[in-house]
Ligand binder design. Structure first.
Ligand code: SAM
Length: 253
C-alpha cells in the first residue's frame, strides 16, 4: 500500500509537472522572466528538470538545476539527454538554503513548488540565498500554494496528511512580504485554482495520453488508496487553496 510523499508518488505514476498551478502558472512566470539566449538561469528544486528543458528548448539559455533528491536528478539527467539539451543544462545536488554558487551568478532564479514545504524561517533563508546568487536587476520567479480564506487550518492539516509533507502555505500578503523583506522590488503575482489533480489541469499539463497513463498507474492495487485520497482532496477541500506565482526583481546596484 502506497504512503509516499505526494510529489514522489505522482512522479512515480508518470506525472512530469509536480506543481499546484501547472502550465498556466509556469507560463505566466516564464513570461515575466525576460529570458534570452544570454540568460544565466538557476532552477532550484528542479526535480526531473521539466521546466529547465522547456526553457532550454525555447531560449537556448544556460541553466543550472539543483535539487536535494538524487533519484530525481538521475531522472533529470536522462530527460536532458533524451531532449538533446546537455550543452544547455547541468544539474547537481544542492540545498536551496545553502546554494553552492558565488554571489551574483545568475540573471534569473526559478523555484516551483518548494517554498511551501518550508517553515517561515527556512523560507526566509532560501529567499535570502536567491537574493545572494542573483545579479543586480535579476528576477526571482516562484510558484507555490496560497490561502484564500481567513481560517484554513483544517484544510492545511488535511493537505499535510494527504501529501505526507508538513507544508506551510501562506496568504498572498505573506508571500509578497517574504519577497519584499528580502529586498526584492516590483513584486507581482498571479493566483488561481490549483489544477494538479483535476481532469482539465491534468490533461493540459500532461496531455491526454500522459493523463491516461497516470490514471492507469494510479488505479493499480498498490497505488489506488493514495491516488484516490489525493484526487479526493484536490477536488474537494483543496479547491479552497490557490496556486500563487510570484515574480520579483533584485534592484540594480
Ligand atoms: C513538489 S516538487 C516540485 C518539483 C518541480 N519544481 C516541479 O515543479 O515540478 C518539490 C521539489 O523540491 C525539492 N526540494 C525540497 N527541499 C529542497 C531544498 N531545501 N533544496 C533543494 N530542493 C529541495 C524536492 O526534492 C522536490 O524535487
Amino acid at each position: 500500500m502506497s504512503n509516499e510523499v505526494g510529489h514522489r508518488f505522482l512522479a512515480k505514476l508518470g506525472k512530469k509537472r509536480l506543481r499546484p498551478g501547472g502550465v498556466e502558472a509556469t507560463s505566466w512566470l516564464l513570461g515575466q522572466g525576460e529570458f534570452t539566449s544570454e540568460s544565466r538561469v538557476l532552477e532550484v528544486a528542479c526535480n526531473m528538470c521539466t521546466t529547465s528543458i522547456e526553457l532550454a528548448q525555447r531560449y537556448r539559455c544556460q541553466i543550472t538545476g539543483v535539487d536535494l533528491d538524487s533519484q530525481a536528478l538521475q531522472k533529470a539527467e536522462s530527460h536532458i539527454r533524451a531532449a538533446g539539451m546537455e550543452s544547455h543544462i547541468r544539474v547537481m545536488r544542492g540545498n536551496a538554503m545553502k546554494l553552492p554558487f558565488e554571489d551574483e551568478s545568475f540573471d534569473i532564479v526559478i523555484n516551483e513548488a518548494m517554498l511551501t514545504m518550508l517553515n517561515r524561517s527556512a523560507k526566509e533563508k532560501a529567499v535570502a540565498e536567491y537574493w545572494r546568487v542573483l545579479k543586480p536587476g535579476g528576477r526571482l520567479l516562484t510558484h507555490d500554494i496560497t490561502l484564500v480564506k481567513p481560517d484554513m487550518a483544517s484544510a492545511i492539516a488535511e493537505l499535510r496528511q494527504t501529501i505526507h509533507v508538513h507544508v506551510e502555505p501562506m496568504p498572498v500578503g505573506d508571500w509578497e512580504s517574504l519577497m519584499r523583506g528580502a529586498g526584492f522590488v516590483e513584486v507581482d503575482h498571479r493566483q488561481g485554482a490549483m489544477t494538479l489533480m483535476n481532469a482539465r489541469g491534468m490533461i493540459r499539463d500532461e496531455g491526454l495520453l500522459g493523463t491516461l497513463r497516470i490514471v492507469r498507474n494510479g488505479m493499480k492495487k498498490d497505488n489506488r488508496r493514495q491516488f484516490r485520497s489525493m484526487s479526493r482532496f484536490f477536488n474537494t477541500v483543496g479547491r479552497d487553496l490557490n496556486y500563487i506565482a510570484v515574480c520579483s526583481r533584485k534592484p540594480n546596484g
